[in-house]
Design a protein around this ligand. Structure first.
Ligand code: GAL
Length: 822
């Protein structure tokens, strides 16, 4: 597709190629003339300047000494942590400020008469975009997707066009978590003819779904940028909508003849039936595709694709949620948008890895806390089978941080909310719209008017999904958003003690736990006794000096923020209450910012089930044992302690009725979960050696796990999540680095400095170790392991080839791994 597009647009650097590839391009050009719509990845070769430069919008501005880079780009993640940055530790303590991006390109004369748009999936924040010196618009909200039409300002032929983008993330603080800064999501250049499907112009719903038949309702919004024909007539088009199955076979089609384009925008409704539909579900996320074609006489004016999943779902106040008629619990996590060491810069593979790890844990739903995600994230959820609560805002008019979105609320909230719903409403994964998180207007009467306004904005665009808002106030009379009556579903954050009474407190209301937990853990760190719980805040420690001097939290599930609970406390309750439709745990992964309860140098959160590098904390296996059918037996902590110390050994297990623990082949007894227990524990006097756990069902062994005392650190081990990669300049391999003893046991407290070198077709783009108070740069070519582990992220170049990754450290045997990029 990109190559085709070079007929219309050729980037400066592509010009040289143009003459070399003349033959190839000629053939492509002929083909391109019949292409009604072209979508060009417009991420490459931008110039970037960190700082303000008023003249940079002018076309003749000389940017030759600016840095050249590819988007998506987040300049904050490239910086160093400092407590002197304007962005607080709440926001990750990385630099913010103002930045400029410029891109020069030429447009072939054959694009004259076409409609050309630049599409941004998201710029954090306060962006203004210019084409050839003309301002196209501003966009304050950093999470909205938007496009501008360039057509009338473009120059054709050899003349240069320049896009300039100013990004202003200097007003701080404007968030309660790390946001990133810059054009951190994808950019495309889209060319259509003057009669085309409008932006996000299809809307597909499935009003009737049975195993015999699905009725598919289609609405297509068609944009006409031309007036009358040469004969003075209004253009008349034919709309053909075709449903293809996953193999690309046509299963239904509907043609509407003679549509007169009386206005610049008209909407055409159609309906088709699909017989014996294969339903979309979280276990089997089957996707159809809608192909929309617009013909003017016999000329194809547009061809547009929309993914389609056929499914039905229902919420019931007494029995919770069902998908395609099957009752199920929503087993969800909340996620912020950062990708650890990659920051906010969107990368499809990095998001896919996160979702793979969550899927393997049994998670089936995501809440996009607290803003619309990147569109690719939703594509992945469609493809991988996750339900999504798509959330618009963390605040309404009443601010949470001094400089946040509340300041622009009056002017922008309608546009931002409408754009979110229009952009996202075709994703089968999305099943709830959330209009806000812990909104301050809960507590005064403005909550009534605003909630009603927002719900009606959503309903105007989509009535097929319920609207919720994540609430904290669970006394009905005191909650003005609840009293507005605008919510179809009541989402409550925390308050697990109140869940059982919800049917009485909120009769006939659908209720779910929109946020739970906020338990605190550092991977591989254990505070004992494990059965005493440290609740930070009211009733527990209030000063961070009451915590650990190395800013760690305990990875036994025994530490939490006072407004939350341990993982077990909440899951135990929800599991048993059918009226609780499900939960969204705070959070799936640690994220940058909000390092509660610690101040600087802590700079990322402790709430994740997996750490910032994506390494599971022990509690991951609690959920895996409860939420999947995989046999699980997980024992922890590690087995390196001072001799004689009393150590609590925990096991999460399933598909067994007991676990027996042995130390150096001596039985320490059999334990069984009783009542609503979710783990078993042995209190053991430590001696070095080997712990062995055996789970049994009806006396037959199910699983065996062993763990031995590690000796001296001896060697580095590298494990790549994928060794065969795409040479597309985007694909990633996530390489786990372990420090082991001679026998291959992980050294549980190793903190060696590892240095990386990468040769061949790839680049090191990020390093991390998941430690919340590490101040090392994510972009360095070295990293200390933390509790035995660190991570290196390798990105392919566009040139195929082998990639050799080498890791060395003083006093350890180094390691090498080979990746193949093609
Ligand atoms: C919630 C809030 C989240 C996060 C969390 C930390 O109250 O909705 O955004 O701040 O607390 O525990």
């Amino acid at each position: 597709m990109n190559r085709i597009f070079e007929k219309y647009i050729s980037c400066k650097s592509c010009l040289k190629l143009f003459s070399i590839l003349l033959f190839v391009l000629c053939t492509t050009v002929a083909f391109a003339q019949n292409e009604p719509r072209t979508i060009l990845d417009f991420n490459k070769d931008w110039r970037f300047y960190l700082g303000d430069e008023a003249k940079a919008k002018i076309i003749t501005f000389n940017d030759s000494d600016w840095r050249t880079l590819n988007l998506p780009h987040d300049w904050s993640i490239e910086g160093q942590f400092s407590k002197h940055h304007l962005s607080t530790t709440q926001e990750g303590a990385l630099p913010t400020g103002i930045g400029w991006y410029r891109k020069a390109f030429t447009v072939s004369t054959s694009a004259k008469g076409k409609a050309v748009f630049i599409e941004f999936d998201g710029i954090y924040r306060n962006s203004e975009v210019w084409i050839n010196g003309h301002s196209l618009g501003i966009r304050p909200y950093g999470y909205s997707s938007f496009r501008y039409e360039l057509s009338t300002y473009l120059k054709f032929g050899r003349e240069k066009n320049v896009l300039a983008v100013r990004v202003d993330n200097s007003a701080q603080p404007n968030s309660r978590w790390y946001t990133g800064s810059g054009i951190y999501r994808n950019v495309r250049l889209v060319t259509t003819s003057q009669i085309a499907v409008n932006q996000w112009g299809t809307f597909v719903t499935t009003p009737t779904v049975t195993s015999q038949k699905a009725v598919i309702a289609l609405q297509t919004s068609i944009r006409k940028a031309v007036g009358r024909t040469s004969k003075g007539e209004l253009p008349t088009i034919r709309l053909v909508s075709t449903i293809l199955d996953a193999a690309g076979k046509e299963v239904a089609t509907q043609t509407t003849q003679s549509v007169r384009l009386i206005d610049t925008l008209i909407t055409v409704s159609q309906q088709v039936d699909v017989s014996n539909p294969i339903l979309w579900s979280v276990e089997k996320p089957y996707l159809y595709k809608l192909v929309t074609r617009i013909y003017n006489q016999n000329r194809l004016e547009d061809r547009y694709e929309t993914p389609l999943g056929i499914r039905s779902f229902k919420f019931d106040p007494a029995t919770g949620f069902s998908l395609n008629g099957q009752p199920m619990k929503i087993l969800g996590v909340c996620l912020h948008h950062d990708l650890g060491a990659l920051g906010a810069a969107v990368n499809r593979r990095a998001m896919q890895r996160q979702l793979e790890l969550l899927k393997a844990m049994g998670c089936n739903a995501i809440r996009t806390a607290h803003n619309p995600p990147a569109p690719e994230f939703l594509d992945l959820c469609d493809e991988m089978g996750f339900l999504v609560m798509d959330e618009a805002f963390d605040m309404w008019k009443k601010k949470k941080s001094k400089q946040d979105y509340g300041l622009t609320w009056d002017t922008w909230h309608k546009t931002d909310l409408e754009d979110m719903v229009r952009r996202d409403r075709n994703h089968p994964s999305i099943f709830i719209w959330s209009i806000g998180n812990e909104i301050r207007e809960q507590f005064d009467s403005t909550g009534i008017t605003i909630a009603n306004e927002l719900a009606s904005i959503v309903k105007t665009l989509d009535t097929t999904r319920p609207v919720t808002s994540a609430l904290t106030e669970n006394i009905p009379d005191k909650n003005f958003i609840y009293r507005s009556g605008a919510l179809d579903i009541l989402g409550f954050n925390y308050k697990h003690e109140a869940y059982a009474d919800f049917p009485k407190t909120f009769p006939n209301q659908v209720v779910l736990a929109s946020e739970t937990g906020s338990s605190l853990q550092t991977r591989g760190h254990y505070d004992m006794p494990s059965d005493s719980v440290r609740m930070w805040g009211k009733g527990g420690p209030t000063k961070f000096t009451d915590g650990n001097p190395d800013w760690t939290a305990s990875a036994y599930d025994n530490e939490a923020a006072y407004w939350g609970s341990t993982h077990e406390q909440t899951w135990k309750v929800i599991k048993k209450l059918p009226h609780m439709a499900g939960l969204f745990i705070w959070t799936g992964f640690d994220y940058l910012g909000e390092p509660h309860p610690y101040p600087w140098p802590a700079r990322s959160s402790y709430f994740g089930i997996l750490d910032l590098a994506g390494f599971p904390k022990d509690v991951y296996y609690l959920y895996q044992s409860e939420w999947t059918n995989k046999p699980v037996l997980h024992i922890f902590p590690h087995w390196n302690w001072p001799k004689g110390k009393t150590v609590d050994v925990w096991a999460y297990y399933n598909q067994a009725d007991e676990v027996e623990l042995f130390l150096n082949d001596k039985s320490l007894g059999v334990q069984k979960k009783t009542g609503d227990e979710l783990h078993v524990m042995w209190r053991v006097k430590y001696e070095p050696g080997t712990l062995k756990a055996v789970s049994r069902k009806n006396g037959r062994e199910v699983l065996i796990r062993t763990m031995s005392t590690a000796g001296k650190p001896a060697k580095i081990q590298l494990i790549a999540d994928r060794t065969a990669l795409n040479a597309d300049g985007k694909d990633l391999s996530f390489i786990t680095v372990n420090v082991l003893d001679e026998q291959g046991n992980l050294i549980p407290d190793a903190n060696h400095l590892i240095t990386f070198s990468v040769n061949g077709g790839g680049t090191l783009v990020g390093v991390d170790n998941g430690y919340q108070a590490s101040l090392e740069s994510f972009k360095a070519n070295y990293r200390k392991v933390y509790n035995g582990k660190c991570l290196a992220i390798i990105q392919t170049n566009e040139k195929a080839g082998r990639i050799r990754v080498k890791a060395t450290s003083e006093g350890l045997q180094g390691a090498e791994i080979e990746l193949v990029s093609q």
